[in-house]
Design a protein around this ligand. Structure first.
Ligand SMILES: [Ca+2]
Length: 333
């Protein structure tokens, strides 16, 4: 897992996001000032800007605290019945009203797992296909009724080379002919909104996929306790709707505490053979590390909508947040 390089590659875009953030906060404060029809001095405006930024940061810290507490209460596994999964709705914080929810990104198939990432910045990195994951995507696309060939354009978008993987793939040559022209990323996907730039991923396809896919660092595993049935089905051809529903029901009623716990279930309840059990188990985990915070802060008759990626790092005590994106800032209509 090369999480660190992934976060490093975020630095540029993170600074950019902060600049946008400061820009929109100024706009928000301007809107607020305008609404109140008060004339405030510049110094007061700056004061308000930093207050709003503090609010955003405190919402992020609040979310991280919840995740860390859950992890202390249930060490080794995470599931849908923990505190992180309780959305905050219309919670008053002084003059602000908060709405927020956390999404488990390990519940979904990771687009970035399609191309193997070895050592960061090495020539061998992002050149080879992860065939196990390719099969997972083929299965998911079949379930969702999406043409399976579209996966190749995803691979070309991520892989470092400029060679088209198949006739349905696409590299610079294809994208440079578009208006306006652009290039293939040839890098990990940072945001699901990027999908719309990729050949074949029209609005309808992206809408179908979004509930089941995510874009997090390479090497992530699927949390069997939180995964949707369609994601569970994508893990192996032997898992049809019935098996997926049995696994999902058990995870809901009595979350798997460890992979061994899950293996015992596959053996005793689903009667699978050892090779199949090991194959499925190699793709899953019982503990999530990657979450997405989606929050909305309302202040008087204006609001700010943002989302922040949160990673609970296994190696360090401190968890990390990265790639904060302000989605919308507006008046309430
Ligand atoms: Ca490429």
């Amino acid at each position: 897992m090369n999480g660190l390089s992934y976060y490093k590659s975020y630095q540029g875009s993170a600074i950019f996001a902060v600049l946008i953030l400061l820009g929109v906060i100024s706009t928000l404060v301007a809107v607020v000032i305008d609404t109140n029809q008060e004339s405030l001095f510049l110094t007061q405006r700056y004061e308000n800007n930093s207050k709003m930024l503090l609010q955003i940061q405190s919402v992020e810290d609040f979310a991280m605290n919840i995740l860390n507490q859950d992890s202390v209460l249930d060490p080794g596994y995470s599931h849908k019945h923990q505190t992180w999964n309780v959305p905050v709705s219309n919670f008053s914080l002084g003059p602000y009203i908060l709405n927020s929810k956390l999404l488990d990104r390990n519940a979904k198939l990771n687009l970035n797992n399609l191309v193997i990432q070895n050592q960061p910045n090495s020539n061998q990195s992002l050149t080879d296909i992860n065939y196990v994951y390719l099969e997972n995507f083929f299965r998911l696309f079949e379930i969702l009724n999406i043409e399976s060939d579209k996966v190749y354009a995803l691979i070309d978008w991520i892989d470092k080379n400029d060679n088209i993987y198949s006739t349905s793939g696409a590299e610079d040559q294809f994208y440079l002919q578009k208006t306006p022209p652009y290039r293939a990323a040839n890098n990990l996907i940072h945001n699901l909104d990027e999908l719309r730039l990729i050949r074949g991923f029209d609005a309808e396809t992206v809408k179908k996929m979004k509930p089941y896919v995510t874009a997090i660092p390479y090497g992530s595993l699927i949390n069997i306790n939180t995964a949707e049935e369609n994601v569970i089905r994508s893990l192996h051809a032997i898992i049809g709707p019935t098996f997926a529903s049995l696994i999902s029901r058990r995870a809901n009623e009595q979350p798997f505490k460890s992979i061994d716990d899950f293996k015992i279930f596959l053996l005793q309840e689903l009667r699978l053979d050892t090779i199949t059990i090991n194959r499925i188990s190699s793709l899953v985990t019982t503990k999530s590390n990657d979450y997405l915070l989606e929050a909305k802060i309302i202040y008087k008759n204006s609001f700010i909508d943002f989302r922040t990626s949160i990673n609970l790092n296994k190696d360090e005590e401190r968890s990390k947040k990265y790639n904060r994106i302000v989605k919308k800032i507006d008046r309430i209509k």
